[in-house]
Design a protein around this ligand. Sequence first.
Ligand SMILES: *Cc1c(COP(=O)(O)O)cnc(C)c1O
Length: 646
Amino acid sequence: MAKKRTLQRWSAEDAAELYGIRNWGAGYFDIAPEGDVIVHPFGRKNPVTVSIPAIIQGMRERGLNMPVLLRIENILDTQIALLHDSFRKAIKDLGYRGDYRGVFPIKVNQQQHVVEAIASFGTRYHHGMEVGSKAELFAALSQLRDEEACLICNGYKDEEFIELGLHAIRMGFLCFFVVEMPSELPLLLECSERMGVKPLIGVRAKLACKAGGHWTDSGSDHSTFGLTTTQIVDAVDALRARGMLDCFRLLHYHLGSQLPNIRDIRDAAIEASRLYVGLVKEGAPMGFLDLGGGLAVDYDGSRTNFISSRNYTLDEYCTDVVEAVMAILDENSAPHPVLITESGRATVAYYSVLLFNVLDVSRIENQGSSLAGIDELILPEDAPEASRNLLQTLQGLNLRNLQECYNDAVYYRDEIRQQFLHGKVSLRERTVAERLFWAIINRIAQEKGKLPHTPKDLAEIDLALADIYYGNFSVFQSLPDSWAIGQLFPVMPIHRLTEVPTRQAILSDITCDSDGRIDHFIDSVQGVKNTIDLHVLKEDEEYYLGVFLVGAYQETLGDLHNLLGDTNVVSVRVNEDGSFEFVRELRGDSVADILSYVEYDPRRILEGLRKAAEQAVRAGRIQPAERLPIMQAFEDGLRGYTYFER
Ligand SMILES: *Cc1c(COP(=O)(O)O)cnc(C)c1O
């Protein structure tokens, strides 16, 4: 349990514990003794660090406004190295006689820069790509230059997709076609015969075992893609009949993303190995076993089989998978295949952080006038009965009747609201009653901390009393999974961490949608909590929050709710001496960009505005000379950022 807030001394250590940064940070994120969040871009064992506030300072100097998606490029390299080193170690320790090849599934983050960085750093490990569409195939072909790296083509493939893949094989790419639907096979064989190119064929298996998690219906019998065992055997027969069984080289499955439980991963590897052995016995040359994605990220740092976590380490994942496959192959004296995994989430999640400033705070007790001195309030003769009762409740409140006072407060508050609806209570009378109500709730919130156990009803008070911090971002654009499936991401202030965070808050974005909020936060004790501990805003100082581990899936799932567009993106590369460079900056969408996405033509908008301004001149509302600054303001506005600019 974190230190009691009443203690004056609060250090970075207390903050680290409160926000759980060392649990979910995977060695990449920590807090410096001075209270700033720092990044270890080379992993926990390397002492080099860089401070996020220092990077923000650099952004400010360059005129890059919040919100910004910060990418730490080195983390991509470090994650890829970790993955390969872990597999190599497991392979060596267990005496496995096949290789490991990783591939990056492009759909997890298709940004050119990411794919380029992975292809370039990945060369030393022959790290390849997995694609699920023609566009992704182009993205992969444009970056991959390593003939030993695998290029896995999943997804529903038309003739053009297949032809492109066959051309790639001709050019020397190690390109596999994974058959996802029985109907794809005849088309593939026809194209390859016509073009005279021998394909490398794989099949995607529907496994019988299932896994728990958010995204895990891709593996089981009812998954949309993949072949059942019967269909796989049909494929063997079809290939044999055409004299092309020698093209059958790979077995693939994908159970789903974010698999929190190692048992599911092991069970699937076992079932797939049995299938693989079956295919070898059928006479297919095989040689590659592709275990798909699913390697989870511990978003909440709990190391459990909770949906936002995982109950295994990377080393355990590698060891378990290699061990499971090896046991079954050895039992059948089959040669060990090259193992492929398609880890996307685990490869890229850590490397981006969404940074934004807080624009405003609304506090319940600040709504209207302050509550000071309200105990001594003298109500007028004709005050409503319910208001009188509220005042009495407030005056009689003590540690033994908290629950009772809470019930009374809610009851009388509702009564006043009813009477207001029927015109029996005036606006001012209602306001007095509301203030009394909040005074009671505040008092209960203070007192309940002294109780050994908080009654369940009273626990909700914290949420009711939470401040709303308005962040300069859009949940829909930048954290779509937080909104769509309630995924937890670690959120915390990135500075001031030697100061006690005295406020309980929820976060609202700047869309006008009531769903544009974050009200689930990780909690080291209970797993999830409804509020986050934040600092009181300072007059002349920005307050910055970071949402961490957002590198996977968030960037292209986001939408243009309220026409808030892509954020600015800054990629930083950290040098061995701890200095850093801004290696890439992408300006976020301008207002004009966003409008053109929804079919407006910015030139015509300006033309329309010019006409409206001219009409105002004609009507004598503005002078001709006043038209110029008005039009300039509109033009600047179109070029501007879609987010709040100070
Ligand atoms: C989405 C997907 C992946 C990536 O899964 P992660 O859990 O992000 O590693 C891998 N393979 C296939 C076929 C996918 O569809």
